[in-house]
Design a binder for this molecule. Sequence first.
Ligand code: PMT
Length: 405
Amino acid sequence: MNIVLGVSGGIAAYKSADLVRRLKERGCEVQVVMTAAAERFITPLTFQAVSGRPVRSSLLDPAAEAAMGHIELARWADRILIAPASANTLARLAAGMADDLLSTLCLASSAPLLLAPAMNQQMWQAPAVQANIATLRARGVDILGPAAGQQACGDVGPGRMLEPLELADMLLASSPVESLLAGLKVMITAGPTREALDPVRFLTNRSSGKMGFALAAACQAAGAEVELIAGPVNLPTPPGVRRHDVVSAEQMLEKALSCVAGQNIFISTAAVSDYRPQQYRDSKIKKSTEALSLALEKTPDILATLSHRESSLFTVGFAAETHDLEHYARDKMQRKNLDMVCANQVGADQGFDVDHNALSVFWPGGQAELASQPKRALAEELVELIALRYAAGFAGPHEAAAGDD
Ligand code: PMT
């Protein structure tokens, strides 16, 4: 998605550099356009470095216009987000002014306009600012925030710009894929599980939850109602998604069984521990012997349990493999009775706990390669595939067979 990020003059402009990074992580192309006042708070060079594109600020710059004219730029944008949007910028937009590049772009583009106001709390509450907000809202402009809290000037109250992560998620939630999964319910498991040995130790793996959370955000943006069952991860909940935190494989299974009624699609991204200690010790295991053997037992297979029980559920599994991706992925699809399986190469700096990923996707009678990209952009591509397969009417139960994970 192509984003024009307008930056106007305010202390929150320093957060907009991080916003560029967050948008790029989600696969967006970002063109920063600064007002003259914004350049007093942060340099164009900072934005050029994080966006990878020269910043635009002047309406009458022959060199910049020769590369991409302002009308071309207005057409290029899929979304225009102004963050921070100062009181002055809100007033100029409400009045329909066109005396600098940013205000002109807003008039010349048919792309949805989103504004993230940031100003002193007294200014935000001023009748003139509220009247401008009402005018802009009435024209269909999305106003994101502001949040309330401690302000740079020392005041406390409404007027803080929303955090970059929230803004990036809100922007993508308004993306054009919004109706792909409209009316559907999607349940997703994400992150690792922890299997306790004693009160202070557990078995787990390196899953960060990023892939599953990206899918939850992408499904929500595509119009689905999303239940996200998360193992222990340190990630914010995507806006509009209902999250359930669990710790162990057993708890993840219980939660999935209690949420599954009425679900249409189940995406099993979680890296569920395959084994757990046979015995949980109530007190800390003491270091008394040179060697210690642990007896492990299998955990319940959440994905296989649900796919065998729920014949009307479209089930998407993941296969984390270090070699022979296709062979093991197809084997899992058959044994776990899946409608689709997404294989990813895992290892040092691949798959687990990184921001990029690539997937080989298989379903009965077809396959697709999704190239390496930020997990959020990858999630959007996968959601499109899932929506297509779901709409095409998925194949019935597959033959179950024995094998290894
Ligand atoms: O979380 P990130 O850091 O972003 O990393 C993403 C990821 C690498 C964890 C993700 O892309 C991924 O591959 N998830 C599945 C990892 C895994 O456990 O794969 P598996 O091949 O061991 O399991 C196959 C399938 O069965 C998976 O869909 C898994 O969720 C499911 N399973 C496995 C065991 C079990 N007891 N219950 C299950 O439901």
